[in-house]
Ligand binder design. Structure first.
Ligand SMILES: C[S@@+](CC[C@H](N)C(=O)[O-])C[C@H]1O[C@@H](n2cnc3c(N)ncnc32)[C@H](O)[C@@H]1O
Length: 200
């Protein structure tokens, strides 16, 4: 079951996406906090953020025009920071309706009707991010539906203790690298797993 949002041109950014929440007007978006040197907790963002962590994530995600899809973007703070200067990644955040998004412009935010829905933009995305996902099944369902598409890399970020539940989402066709977040600007108990699709 997928959302009917398959008309997105990942390189076209001038106008809001067709499914944009009209209540989100870009000029009214809150200002982005300046990234801190040490991991800092922000309201509505499970992951503690820092400048070094953001810089590290840019090494994992595709450069423009490559598209990174963040599934379950919440307030969208992490994604909006990655979209902004100096990182300028092409990140689109997906949330469940009614969206909790605060920071992402409509042009880079999409919604699905419920937690069991997937966004078909996954098929066009070079990378997916799952930051503090709530349900292993969501990653499984994206893998089953879209792993054969353009996706080359899946970045999972969450508590180290949760990763053992998620590693099984990736089969033999994926190489997994795991990094403790504290080594790259995050908190000690958080972890970044990078699954890279192996050549056929
Ligand atoms: C624990 S929150 C993490 C939010 C954010 N990534 C963060 O780190 O603060 C998980 C988010 O996933 C969203 N979610 C659940 N099912 C989803 C789905 N099928 N598609 C998109 N988002 C989904 C929820 O609405 C929720 O905002």
């Amino acid at each position: 079951m997928t959302a009917l949002h398959d008309d997105f041109d990942p390189e076209y950014e001038s106008e809001p996406a067709a499914d944009a929440d009209p209540s989100i007007v870009e000029s009214r978006l809150p200002p982005l906090p300046a990234p801190s040197a040490k991991p800092t907790v922000h309201p509505g963002c499970c992951l503690a953020l820092s400048g070094p962590l953001l810089a590290y994530l840019t090494t994992l995600l595709p450069a423009r025009p490559g598209l990174a899809l963040s599934v379950g973007s919440g307030y969208g703070l992490l994604e909006a920071l990655l979209l902004a200067e100096p990182y300028r990644l092409n990140v689109v955040g997906v949330e469940v309706q009614p969206t909790s998004n605060r920071f992402l412009p409509a042009s880079h935010h999409r919604t699905v009707p419920g937690t069991r829905f997937l966004d078909a933009l996954a098929a066009e995305s070079a990378a997916w991010m799952f930051v503090y996902p709530r349900r292993v099944g969501l990653v499984d369902e994206y893998m089953a539906a879209y792993a054969e598409g353009k996706v080359e890399r899946v970045v999972w970020i969450g508590p180290t203790a949760d990763w053992e539940d998620y590693i099984g989402c990736f089969g033999q066709a994926w190489e997994i690298q795991v990094t403790g977040a504290n080594g790259v600007g995050g908190r000690a108990w958080e972890m970044i797993a990078v699954a890279t699709k192996l050549p056929p």
